[in-house]
Design a protein around this ligand. Structure first.
Ligand code: ATP
Ligand code: MG
Length: 666
C-alpha cells in the first residue's frame, strides 16, 4: 500500500504528447457509440445503468432497484432481479435463432482447430453442468479451474455459472503452491484441470501440480476438494487417484445435453479471481452476477464497437486473468460475438503466429497488452508485414500504460494507420473497463486512456483529495459506485476497506498515479508504489519509460528509484533494445555510447531532473505471468536487497540475469 502519511506534492506532469487522431467520418457514422451517450449517462447515471442492464442482459426476474449503497463500500446492484450468466452468454442466442453462429474459433498451439457454434456451446455447457451436479457440486460451492486456453476452459466456467457455483480460475502457469493457497482460500469442492497443454511446441503437464496441491502437507489435513475433473488434452501420462479423479470425457460427454440453468440473485457470487500480484501478494477479488455481466457486455459493445453479426473478435488474454473473464468469456459471449481463442505462445512455431491467425480468421477487433506490442516491436516490423492484417478495424490495449511510441507502432504496423486504438484502463477489482476512448467518438491520443466511460466517474486528486486542475498530476480515484465493482476481498472485508477505501474518504483509490492534460484527458502514470522522489520532485515511472521508448533503439524500458544519499532517490533504468539495434550494446564501448545517448534523450524529452543515473541494457525484464513489469523486484536489485516475493514472476531466471549484469557494471 502507498504511504498514507505522505505530505509530498502530488506527481509532476512532465512528458508532453501532442499527437491526436480524430475518428474517420466513415467509422463515426457506423459506430455503436455516439457523443450523446455521455450526456445521457451524465443526466441520469443510475437510470443509464438500469437501461443498459435491461437492454444487454436477460433477467428471469426483472429488477426494480438499481443501486443500494447503504452498506457502502459494499454495493448491491439490481439486487431484486434474478438471472443466469451462462443462459445470457449462450442459450438466449440459440433461442434467438443464432445457434449456427460460431462462438469460438479454437486454435490449438500444434495447429488443431475447432469451430464451436452457440448451439454446440449450449449442449457442452449443459452437459458439463449436469456432470458437475452429478459430482455433488451445487449452487454456492466453489470450483477451481486450472486449465490452459481450451474450449473446455470456457465451458467449465460457464457450467459453474449455470449452476451458480462461483469459479476461481487459477492461471495454468502457476505453481502447485499458488494453486494450493487459492484452493484453500476458496475452500473449493472441485478442481477442473487437464493432463497438460501445449506450450512452445511441447506438451506441458498440469495435473502433477494439482496432485501436489492436494497432497497433505506439513501435517495439514486433506483439503476440501472432493473430485478432480481432468480434461484430456495432450494424452501424457498422469497419476490417478481412484475415487477422486474423473476424466472429463467420461463425466461430461455422456451427460444429458439438457440442463435448466439455476436463476440466481443479481448479487450471487459469480467468481473469485486473484489480482496479478504486480505490487505484492495477490488479493482474492469477489465479483457478483448482475452488475458484473451488465458492465462486461456494455463495455464490450461500445469500447470495441462490436457488430456481432460481422466482426471476428480476438482477445489474447488467458482466462486466468480478469481480461480473460470479462473480455473472452462474459462480455463477448453475452453479446453473441464470434471470437478466436488460441492455446499457445505468440512465437510458436514462428514469430508471426498471431498475425497468421489474424489473416486466417479475418480478425477485425484485436485486444492485447502493451507487453505483447513491445515484444513485437523488439522482434521487428517485417514479421507482421508478412501477413494481411487489413481485416483489423479496432485495436485495444490493456494491462499497463502503453508508451506513446508503442501506441504509434501498434497503430501504424498492425492497424494500417487507420484502426482506432482504445487504451483501456481497469483492474481485476473494477471488473470491467472504466477509462477508455470510444471509437468513432474520441479523438485518440497516443499513451492516454483519456476519458471515463459514460456511467463511470473518475478523477485525479491531490494528497488532500481535491480534484487537480487540468495539467496537474495526482492519484486516480473513482468517485461513484459502478455495476461491476468488486464486492470485497474473499473472506476479508477489512482488507477490502483498508486497501481501497481508507486513503481518501468516500473515494475508491485504485493505487495508480495519473495526470490530467490541458483537455482534461486522463493519463496513467504507473503505480503509486513505484513513484520516485528525486530531489523533492515526484516523478512517474511511466513518463521516463515512455521517453526511453521514444528513442529509436529502445523496445522496452523499466525505471525505478534507488536510494541515493544526495538526491533521496536516483533514477535507474533497465532497457531492452529493438532487434535491429541489439548489436549496438554487445561491446562495452557500444553499451556506453547507447547509455549516454539515452541519458541525453531523456534530458531532452523530459528534463535533466529525470535523467537516469544508471542505464542497464538487459535481455528481458521481470514480468508477472500476465506480462506486467514488476518494478519492485528491480528496485530490490538496484538497492542490493534480497529480491522480494517473486511467486507471480513468469520467469525466475530473469532476475539472476539482471543481477549479474548489474554487478558487472558497478
Ligand atoms: P496487484 O494488484 O496484485 O499488484 P495488478 O494491479 O497488476 O496486481 P490487475 O488487476 O491485473 O492486477 O491490474 C490492474 C492494474 O493494471 C491497474 O491498477 C493499472 O496499474 C494497470 N493497468 C491496467 N490497464 C491499464 C492501462 N490501460 N493503462 C495504464 N495502466 C493500466
Ligand atoms: Mg492492483
Amino acid at each position: 500500500m502507498p504511504d498514507n502519511e505522505t505530505t509530498a506534492p502530488s506527481l509532476e506532469n512532465l512528458l508532453h504528447e501532442t499527437r491526436a487522431f480524430p475518428p474517420g467520418p466513415a467509422f463515426a457514422a457506423q459506430a455503436n457509440a455516439q457523443p450523446s451517450l455521455y450526456e445521457e449517462a451524465a443526466a441520469d447515471r443510475l437510470g443509464f445503468w438500469a437501461a443498459q442492464a435491461r437492454e444487454l442482459v436477460t433477467w428471469s426476474t426483472p429488477f426494480t432497484q438499481t443501486l443500494d449503497w447503504s452498506d457502502a463500500p459494499v454495493a448491491r446492484w439490481f439486487a431484486d432481479g434474478k438471472l443466469n450468466a451462462a443462459y445470457n452468454a449462450v442459450d438466449r442466442h440459440v433461442e434467438a435463432g443464432l445457434g449456427d453462429r460460431v462462438a469460438l474459433h479454437f486454435e490449438g498451439e500444434p495447429g488443431d482447430t475447432r469451430a464451436v457454434t452457440y448451439a454446440d456451446l449450449q449442449r457442452e455447457v449443459s452437459r458439463a453442468a449436469n456432470a458437475l451436479t452429478a459430482l455433488g457440486v451445487t449452487t454456492g460451492d466453489r470450483v477451481v479451474v486450472y486449465l490452459p486456453m481450451l474450449v473446455e476452459s470456457v465451458v467449465a466456467m460457464l457450467a459453474c455459472a449455470r449452476i451458480g457455483a462461483p469459479h476461481s480460475v487459477v492461471f495454468g502457469g502457476f505453481s502447485a503452491d499458488a494453486l494450493r493457497s487459492r484452493i484453500a482460500d476458496a475452500e473449493a469442492k472441485l478442481v477442473i484441470t487437464a493432463d497438460g497443454g501445449y506450450r512452445r511446441g511441447a506438451p506441458s503437464a498440469l495435473k502433477p501440480a494439482v496432485d501436489e496441491a492436494l497432497a497433505p502437507k506439513d501435517g495439514q489435513p486433506a483439503t476440501t476438494v472432493e473430485h478432480v475433473l481432468v480434461v484430456r488434452r495432450t494424452g501424457q501420462e498422469v497419476d490417478w487417484t481412484e475415487g477422486r479423479d474423473v476424466w472429463w470425457h467420461d463425466a461430461v460427454e455422456h451427460a444429458d445435453a439438457f440442463h435448466e440453468p439455476v436463476q440466481v440473485d443479481a448479487e450471487h457470487p459469480l467468481f473469485i479471481l486473484y489480482t496479478s500480484g504486480t505490487t505484492g501478494k495477490p488479493k482474492g477479488i469477489l465479483h457478483t452476477t448482475g452488475g458484473y455481466l451488465t458492465q462486461a457486455a456494455y463495455t464490450h459493445k461500445f469500447v470495441f464497437d462490436l457488430k456481432a453479426e460481422s466482426d471476428v473478435y480476438w482477445c489474447t488474454a488467458d482466462i486466468g486473468w480478469v481480461t480473460g473473464h470479462s473480455y473472452v468469456v462474459y462480455g463477448p459471449l453475452t453479446n453473441g460475438a464470434t471470437q478466436v481463442i488460441y492455446e499457445g505462445t505468440p512465437d510458436t512455431p514462428h514469430r508471426g503466429r498471431w498475425w497468421e491467425l489474424v489473416e486466417k480468421y479475418q480478425v477485425s477487433i484485436l485486444y492485447t497488452a502493451p507487453t505483447a506490442i513491445r515484444t513485437c516491436m523488439k522482434w521487428g516490423e517485417d514479421i507482421p508485414a508478412g501477413f494481411d492484417l487489413s481485416s483489423l478495424r479496432v485495436l485495444g490495449s490493456v494491462g499497463e500504460p502503453i508508451n506513446p511510441e508503442a501506441w504509434m507502432w501498434y497503430r501504424r504496423v498492425i492497424g494500417g494507420d487507420t484502426a482506432p486504438i482504445v487504451d483501456t484502463w481497469w483492474q481485476t477489482e473494477t471488473g470491467g473497463i472504466m477509462i477508455s476512448p470510444l471509437p468513432g467518438v474520441t479523438a485518440t491520443k497516443p499513451g492516454s486512456a483519456q476519458v471515463a466511460l459514460p456511467g463511470i466517474v473518475a478523477d485525479v486528486v491531490d494528497d488532500e483529495a481535491h480534484s487537480v486542475p487540468d495539467g496537474g498530476g495526482g492519484y486516480l480515484v473513482l468517485s461513484e459506485p459502478w455495476p461491476a465493482m468488486l464486492r470485497g476481498i474473499w473472506g476479508d472485508l477489512q482488507r477490502f476497506k483498508d486497501t481501497y477505501w481508507s486513503r481518501f474518504e468516500g473515494l475508491y483509490f485504485a493505487g495508480d498515479g495519473a495526470k490530467k492534460d490541458e483537455d482534461g484527458d486522463i493519463w496513467l502514470l504507473g503505480r503509486v508504489d513505484d513513484v520516485m522522489n528525486v530531489s523533492g520532485h515526484r516523478l512517474s515511472t511511466t513518463e521516463i519509460e515512455s521517453a526511453l521508448v521514444s528513442h529509436e533503439v529502445v523496445a522496452e524500458a523499466a525505471v525505478v528509484g534507488a536510494a541515493d544519499e544526495t538526491t533521496g532517490q536516483a533514477v535507474v533504468a533497465f532497457v531492452i533494445l529493438r532487434g535491429e539495434h541489439a548489436d549496438r550494446a554487445s561491446t562495452p564501448e557500444g553499451a556506453q555510447e547507447v547509455q549516454a545517448e539515452l541519458r541525453n534523450h531523456v534530458a531532452k524529452e523530459i528534463g535533466p531532473i529525470a535523467k537516469p543515473r544508471r542505464i542497464l541494457v538487459v535481455p528481458e525484464l521481470p514480468k508477472t505471468r500476465s506480462g506486467k513489469i514488476m518494478r519492485r523486484l528491480l528496485r530490490d536489485v538496484a538497492e542490493n536487497r534480497t529480491v522480494g516475493d517473486a511467486t507471480t514472476l513468469a520467469d525466475s531466471s530473469v532476475m539472476d540475469l539482471i543481477s549479474a549484469g548489474l554487478a558487472s557494471t558497478k
